[in-house]
Design a binder for this molecule. Sequence first.
Ligand code: TXA
Ligand code: MG
Length: 349
Amino acid sequence: METKVLHIDTIDEREKIKEAADLLRAGELVIFPTETVYGLGADGLNDEAVDKIFAVKGRPKDNPLILHIADPEQVLDLVKVIPPKGKDCMDMFWPGPLTLIFERSDMVPDSITAGADTVAIRMPSHPIAHEILKEAAIPVAAPSANTSGRPSPTRLSHVLEDMKGKVPMIVDSGDSHVGIESTVLDVTVDPPVIYRPGGVTKEDLEAIIGEVGIDQTTIDASNHEVPKSPGQKYRHYAPKGDATLFAGDLRNIAKEINRRIKETEPSKRTAVLCTTETKEAYEGMDLLIDMGSREELESIAHDLFDSLRRCDEEDIDVIFVEGFDFRGLGVGIMNRLLKACGGKVVLGL
Ligand code: TXA
Ligand code: MG
């Protein structure tokens, strides 16, 4: 299939926005930028269109999809009730990187919810996403636009790697600003529970709605309970190399990683994913990636998936990754790193 790439820089490019929206309304797949990661969109009320998402991504059918909207009013038709804390979150964090889980109405097809009685909804803040969704005037189902299991795409080159030739249209609007996916919050329970940590932090949420729980399986590699959010149970964000995460005192982490680099068979290519503060501490690896400063977790999140993909581009066999504190955006970053490492983590260094 021929993939058309449409570059849209501003919301004044009405013809291009309409072209993308029309294609969505016609039941076709359109990849579009959001502030978190690129999304693989389809008409969320059209079963056939939704089926195409699962086919193109190679996504397991038991993993439900998020519906994307342009106007909070659209929620009313899609859910049974809006609980008061859900309403507070909509008022405070939408548009933005927060997905809310509600009891679903009969209007939402089973293909979206994987048969569950809940539905996930999000209103993105990316201006181009917003305009496409507004013009399309339908809820748009959109998972991250990667092949299942691979790191989510945060720039056009990532999208092309995974999706070129598989979809009719990609809308490009530069790098995703946040870089990790939205926070998924279940507001059908009280206190609400985070199923996937992301751009909106637990602390941000608690400032508005009080106590918020977090599903421990999302941040604890040794917890083997079934995650509340089906997507969290799959190996995810995984680079091709064998990755291990190291947490604890930074000097000890560097010592341990250096020791392991030395022990690695010379024929294997090694990479270290580190931070500006620590990059001088490493020696002997084939690739050193400075993900940014520990003082600016936003920049770490922004570069995270690109760093994982770069390891693949450079044919890295063994990857050593520095960990972060489980605080603020660090929780979302550690969740992605734990999954990228398939739960392989060395703690307490
Ligand atoms: O930032 C994002 O959320 C991006 C952009 C494109 O909007 N989308 C995204 O979608 O990350 P996806 O499909 O890659 O991840 C959706 C997550 C999965 O972990 C899925 O299991 C969970 O949300 N989810 C969806 N509906 C759910 C539901 N009803 N109950 C529990 N978890 C749900
Ligand atoms: Mg995904």
